[in-house]
Design a protein around this ligand. Structure first.
Ligand code: KDG
Length: 303
């Protein structure tokens, strides 16, 4: 198996509340969202994870088949279940509630990592959530990073802080340790402020560069992204969007950014593309269904 972008973490089945009591089923899980977003932009992508041997696991396998995301390395756990999450919407935006403790993905271990696939990828992508779900998953994330680095494969990391999964101090320690070993850092501003204790976006970007990332794209929500590489730093503005549901917008940015980066090796051009993809993705409900294809992104960019 060879894929441009290999994503490691936990996929989830999503229940998104359209109106009180009406739950629409969809898909989520940050790195699965990234794999789909990258594939819809034309990069090849693969997912490395574990699912329960249950109907929700089957539904995720069917999603990746439909989306042409390589899931040939996904393991099914005979005992543990596939994780779920529920999205509610309120005046403050969306909120998540999880049913994922002890899930199949949380039982991933370093010994199960497909090292050849990691070595053959162009980018390994993982997140703070990948490492938050269990001690084994944390170790698996570090082992994957080490394998990628030894093979000269670029590592991409989105901190994706979820304080319902682990306390801030623990998250900070693990995420900073991971960030010392990544090439491409894709933090969101709100998470990064909590993790770094810094307020100013430029200082945050410099902080992550100081840890080791050569490319940093800090997402600023409706304000776009601040992108640094080499001695150049630039704010890439977003475009106006009709906000319905921002669930997964950061993941859509990540997948589109990585896909475009592989095509152009120009992080600012990749971010110009990815902010438009992310803006399009907030205009309807769910993490996966609204992710645009490259045709839609290119059409929006030319308007
Ligand atoms: O991946 C997770 O843990 C989630 O919270 C599911 C969502 O699809 C994801 O976070 C959106 O970024």
């Amino acid at each position: 198996m060879t894929a441009d972008i290999l994503c490691l973490g936990e996929p989830l089945v999503e229940f998104n509340e359209a109106e009180p009591g009406l739950w629409c089923e969809g898909f989520g899980g940050d790195v699965s969202n990234v794999a789909v977003a990258a594939r819809r932009q034309g990069a090849s992508s693969a997912i490395v994870t574990r699912l329960g041997n249950d109907g929700f696991g089957d539904a995720l396998m069917e999603l990746w088949r439909r989306e042409d995301v390589d899931a040939s390395l996904v393991e099914r756990d005979p005992v543990a279940q596939t994780g779920l999450y529920f999205v509610r919407h309120g005046p403050e935006g969306h909120s998540f509630e999880y049913r994922r403790a002890g899930s199949a993905a949380a039982r991933m271990t370093p010994a199960q990592l497909p090292l050849d696939a990691i070595r053959n990828a162009r980018i390994l992508h993982l997140s703070g959530i990948t490492q938050a779900i269990s001690a084994d998953a944390r170790a698996t994330g570090f082992a994957a990073i080490d394998a990628a680095r030894e093979a000269g494969v670029r590592v991409s990391y989105d901190p994706n802080l979820r304080l319902s999964l682990w306390p801030l101090e623990e998250a900070r320690e693990t995420i900073h340790r991971a960030m010392e070993r990544v090439d491409i850092a894709l933090p969101g501003l709100e998470d990064a402020r909590l993790l770094t204790g810094l307020d100013d976006p430029k200082e945050i970007v410099e902080f992550y560069r100081g840890l080791g990332a050569s490319t940093v794209a800090l997402t600023l929500g409706a304000d776009g992204a601040l992108v640094a590489h080499g001695d150049h730093i630039e704010t890439i503005p977003s475009r106006p969007a009709r906000l319905v549901d921002a669930t997964g917008a950061g993941d859509c940015f990540d997948g589109a950014f990585l896909a475009r980066l592989l095509q152009t090796e120009d992080p600012w051009e990749a971010a110009r593309y990815a902010v438009v993809a992310a803006a399009l993705s907030v205009e309807s409900r769910g993490a996966v269904a609204p992710i645009p294809t490259s045709d839609r992104v290119l059409a929006a960019l030319s308007n």
